[in-house]
Design a protein around this ligand. Structure first.
Ligand code: UDP
Length: 237
């Protein structure tokens, strides 16, 4: 697979064309941002951890019958993925109150939610990714009713699988953000990444945070937390 010109550079990843129009190469960076780009930094080897963690989770999800963009790990930081048009939605699933939900609803961090909560945000940096609902999504033509039904069903299935899987490695899945894309034949599949950048992970025993909140809130041991998630999922490497 030949790597061709860079298509796009985001906050945490670069995307390259390949000689196959249906395939792209994603390259994970160590750059970290928070608060809509206001806070910037680097987390050493984050790109390597996120690449491996995300590919591992997507492979497991594929085995569960969930279609993803994952094709093949190329090296420590680079992965071959199916080319999709990203649907401009951040799909957030929550099991335990934290972050913006705690703030908005006045729920203490760590409050167990009786049932999982799905939220949508409109992916738009200039607007600060505002929260929207199904009606906004249809009114703005961001996705169709049929696509929304697929996205919601997949999001709940992904959440149920991930809760159980992370429990087996001593991690509570607090919440996470996923993104979906459309393939050239209009199929909706899981895209983007699943990593400590995009999930909240708490140690099951100590409640220690093992995710990007360590960077957002200057809690220290950021690199160690990312490595710990990788180690628990994949063992020593
Ligand atoms: N999240 C993300 N990217 C974003 C916003 C949120 O990956 O642009 C993830 C975040 O890491 C957390 C979940 O989505 O796991 C819910 O985030 P929340 O709405 O609480 O926002 P935050 O506290 O990150 O501002």
């Amino acid at each position: 697979m030949e790597k061709r010109e860079q298509l796009y550079e985001g906050k945490a990843k670069k995307v390259f064309k390949t000689d196959d129009p249906n395939l792209l190469i994603v390259s994970y960076k160590d750059d970290a941002t928070a608060f809509n780009g206001e806070k910037k930094g680097t987390i050493e080897a984050k790109g390597v951890v996120n690449n491996r963690v995300s590919n591992h989770m997507m492979s497991l999800l594929e085995q569960e019958g969930i279609k993803t963009h994952y094709v093949k790990t190329l090296n420590d930081r680079e992965t071959l993925v199916r080319s999709v048009k990203i649907i401009p939605l951040e799909v957030i699933m929550r099991n335990i109150a934290a972050g913006s939900l705690s703030k908005r609803l006045g729920l203490a961090e760590g409050t167990k939610l009786n049932s999982p909560v799905l939220e949508f945000c409109y992916k738009n940096d200039a607007l600060g990714d505002p929260m929207i609902n199904n009606y906004h999504i249809k009114a703005m033509n961001l996705a169709t009713q049929e696509e929304l039904e697929v996205i919601e069903k997949m999001a709940f299935a992904i959440n149920a699988f991930m809760i159980n899987h992370f429990k087996t490695v001593g991690i509570e899945l607090i919440d996470f953000k996923i993104e979906f894309g459309r393939t050239s034949d209009g199929e909706v599949i899981l895209a983007d990444e699943i990593s400590p950048d995009t999930c909240r992970f708490w140690d099951s025993k100590t409640n220690e945070k093992l995710d990007k909140d360590r960077f957002r809130r200057d809690l220290g041991n950021v690199e160690q937390a990312y490595q710990e998630v990788l180690k628990r999922l994949l063992g020593e490497h």
